[in-house]
Write a protein that binds this ligand. Structure first.
Ligand SMILES: Nc1ncnc2c1ncn2[C@@H]1O[C@H](COP(=O)(O)OP(=O)(O)OP(=O)(O)O)[C@@H](O)[C@H]1O
Ligand SMILES: O=C(O)C1=C[C@@H](O)[C@@H](O)[C@H](O)C1
Ligand SMILES: [Mg+2]
Length: 178
């Protein structure tokens, strides 16, 4: 599907549990923009929860399905929450960069570890090699998130409300710069 290739969208990227979905929906509502969660789209297209898809298809195929779902987006003026693993697909990231300003929600390793410890990682689904430790995953991904980011927002030690306010600020400034 050919997408609307303008940069009127905002795409949130970052580690799992950094708050892309939680904050994205609040920001979209405050700015009166549509909210899109690519994880929901992957689930709708494939008819399965993400963790099940990962389990059934394996890492590489999941990443292909994620890339396909992202590249099928056709939207404008929207706030897009991505999945944490989207940065493994250069194709998906190039597509996202063509339709959106990319905001990296930066979160420290201890904060990610703490958040994921509180969530059921099996039932949530995180793309990692079994042998890979969370710290290695963090370091590998951190480089990729930085590579694609147009803006970086510290997502640690901010409440959901504070973080949403900070993102709204960044988005308003990015729109004003155009
Ligand atoms: N600023 C915050 N402070 C404290 N907890 C937060 C904050 N933002 C999100 N959370 C909590 O962290 C958890 C994960 O958040 P969320 O699902 O939004 O992450 P995500 O970035 O969308 O992850 P994924 O990549 O897996 O989709 C949720 O339980 C949410 O309530
Ligand atoms: O960070 C990850 O590896 C993932 C995060 C989720 O948003 C999903 O996209 C999927 O479960 C993989
Ligand atoms: Mg999410």
């Amino acid at each position: 599907m050919s997408g609307i290739r303008n940069k009127s969208n905002i795409a949130l990227i970052g580690m799992p549990a950094c708050g892309k979905s939680t904050i994205g929906v609040i920001v979209a509502e405050a700015l009166n923009r549509p909210f899109i969660d690519t994880d929901s789209i992957i689930q709708e297209i494939n008819g399965k929860p993400l963790w099940r898809l990962l389990e059934d298809e394996g890492r590489e195929q999941f990443l292909m399905l994620e890339s396909d779902a992202v590249c099928s987006l056709s939207c404008a003026n929207s706030v897009i929450a991505t999945g944490g693993s989207v940065v493994y697909s250069e194709k998906a990231m190039e597509f996202l960069k063509s339709i959106a300003d990319i905001v990296f929600m930066e979160i420290s390793y201890p904060a990610v570890a703490k958040r994921l410890a509180h969530l059921d990682i099996q039932k949530r689904g995180v793309v990692m090699h079994n042998e890979k430790k969370l710290l290695e995953l963090y370091e590998e991904r951190d480089r990729l998130y930085r590579k694609y980011a147009d803006y970086t927002v510290a997502a640690d030690e901010r409440t959901v409300e504070e973080l949403a306010a900070r993102l709204i600020d960044v988005i308003r400034k990015s729109t004003a710069e155009e």
